[in-house]
Structure formats: C-alpha cells, structure tokens
Design a binder for this molecule. Structure first.
Ligand SMILES: Nc1ncnc2c1ncn2[C@@H]1O[C@H](COP(=O)(O)OP(=O)(O)OP(=O)(O)O)[C@@H](O)[C@H]1O
Length: 276
C-alpha cells in the first residue's frame, strides 16, 4: 500500500470494515468529537484516515451526520496543501465517518508534550505555513475557530497541515455549533470568541498567536491549570510573560492583541515572519 511509513505502525488489520471498504487498523488520535483511525481502503489499496464522529446524546445519528458533513464541506472548501484532504463522508450503521488522507508525523500538541518548547526557527516555519492556510480559508469564507496545537499536524515530509474543521464557520452552512456557548478551546480562543461574538477571521489569527506562543514557550499564554482561571486570563488579556520567544516576540504580541483594531492581519504576520 501507498504510505509505507505506516507499515510498521499498523498492526494486523482488525475485523472492522466501515462502509464495506475501510478496514480499521489502529488509532491515530482521539479528540473531543471522535476517534481517528488509520484504515486500509481495500478498494483503492491505499492508507486513509477515518474519523468516527461521536453520536453524543443523539442516538439517531442525525445531528452527528450533519456535523460530519459540515466539517468535511468546510475543509473541502479550502483548496490548499496545508488543509487535510477530505476523500468522502460515509455512513455505516447510522454513524457518520469522515474519510481523509492519512497524514504521517504527529500533532504540534504531541510534539510540545514530547519535546517541550520548540526552537524559534521551527516555530517561524510553522507560523508561515499556518498563516498561509488561514489566509486561504478566510478568502474562501471559512473561519476555522479551533486553531490550537492539537489541530496542527507536523508531517514527516515537512508539510504542516491544519486539521479539524469540526466547529468551522461557513456562511449558509446547514449545521452550526449550538448558540449561547463558544466554539473552540479555552486556552487558545480570542476574548471576542469567548464572549460568543460573530465568527471572525481575526479570531483565528489570535488563536494562531496562542498556538505559536505555546510552541515556542511550551504552554499556552493563558493556561492557568484550571478552566475558570484560564478563561479569566483570556478575558482580561493577561498572558504569561515571554521567556523563549526571542525574535518571534513582536509577531506574537501583534497576533495576541485583545483589541480587534490592533490585531495583526494575515498579510502583516506573513510579511513579518518572512523578515525574521
Ligand atoms: N488525517 C489524519 N491523519 C493522521 N492523523 C490524524 C488525521 N486527522 C486527525 N489525526 C489525529 O487525530 C487527532 C484528533 O483529530 P481531530 O482533532 O480531528 O479530532 P477531534 O475529535 O475533532 O478533536 P478536538 O478535540 O480538537 O475536537 C489529531 O490530533 C491528530 O493527531
């Protein structure tokens, strides 16, 4: 099969075949919305990743199916090598599954956990890739809303890929996260997102700032160890002072501006990263 790097990791194929075609092999990762499996596409004879979307409290699977379709459509709308390629959305036993290209490597979140703070040059490169992806997404009308280290995949071939469009906003989409709460991850969301405001491209740039900060400093600028304290730190714009960011500091400060009018745009961020 195609991606040979998986051969060693993939154990004996399981007996579970999804949609008569995708044989589940091993778990690639788990998130709040479901489990991502490495699977063999027995028809095309290649490796794929399939995301088993949790049904939550809706046992009929109707909401989960809408959610899965919305996620797949949002990601498919952005044509960029830095966005995970969606192959299909299939239904098996009333459960929706998103079929994607299988990416090698590990998430940025896993890399930080394993290695601690990453070198500035590496974080500059990651920043470059993700700001480019976000710019493409925003031009396509998609706001990701959950940019964080766990959703950035560092592939073995150097590709940096944005994952998980599960709470992305697309105008006119059929499914939206329930109103009232906020979509995203507390330690990485912008203050305006926390207040449940309209989805804005600028909010993704704030989350990019928090993600790059976490990569270079080893933890989110607002992580206080418990949810309430973390949310308060975001709301009050109190970030932990920089210790390792070095020449990345002005870019991170620009992206992490709590006031929308002062926050750096994708173009300004890209230009600044180029000059570092
Ligand atoms: N296409 C893929 N190829 C390889 N690994 C993947 C792929 N998609 C996801 N993963 C792995 O699975 C993990 C969880 O994926 P994902 O973030 O899409 O799930 P989720 O349930 O939506 O998570 P969240 O908690 O952010 O909502 C990722 O951190 C990544 O390591």
């Amino acid at each position: 099969m195609g991606v040979l790097t998986y051969a060693a990791e993939a154990p004996i194929a399981s007996g579970i075949v999804v949609a008569g075609r995708y044989r589940l092999c091993s778990v690639l990762g788990r998130g709040g919305m479901g489990t991502v499996w490495l699977a063999q596409d027995e028809l095309m004879e290649r490796w794929v990743a399939v995301k088993q979307v949790d049904l939550g409290s809706d046992w009929s699977g109707k909401t989960a199916r809408k959610r899965a379709l919305a996620e797949a459509r949002a990601a498919s709308r952005v044509e960029h090598p830095g966005v995970v390629r969606i192959i299909d959305v299939v239904r098996d036993d009333d459960q929706p599954w998103i079929v994607m290209e299988a990416l090698s490597g590990q998430s940025l979140g896993a890399a930080i956990k394993e290695q601690g703070p990453l070198p500035v040059e590496q974080v500059v490169r990651i920043g470059h890739c993700i700001v480019d992806v976000l710019d493409a997404a925003h031009r396509a009308g998609v706001v990701h809303r959950d940019v964080k280290p766990g959703n950035v995949q560092l592939c073995d071939d150097g590709r940096v890929v944005l994952l998980d469009f599960g709470v992305a906003h697309v105008p006119g989409a059929d499914w939206r996260p329930p109103p009232g709460g906020f979509a995203g991850s507390p330690a990485f969301v912008s203050p305006e997102q926390l207040q449940g405001g309209e989805p804005l491209a600028a909010s993704d740039l704030f989350s990019l700032g928090a993600t790059l900060y976490a990569a270079v400093e080893g933890r989110s600028p607002f992580d206080r160890g418990d949810l309430f304290a973390t949310v308060l730190a975001v709301a009050e714009g109190r970030m932990t002072p920089f210790r390792r960011a070095g020449r990345l500091t002005p870019v991170l400060e620009g992206l992490l501006q709590p006031k929308l009018g002062r926050r750096w745009s994708a173009a300004r961020t890209r230009a600044a990263l180029l000059n570092l």
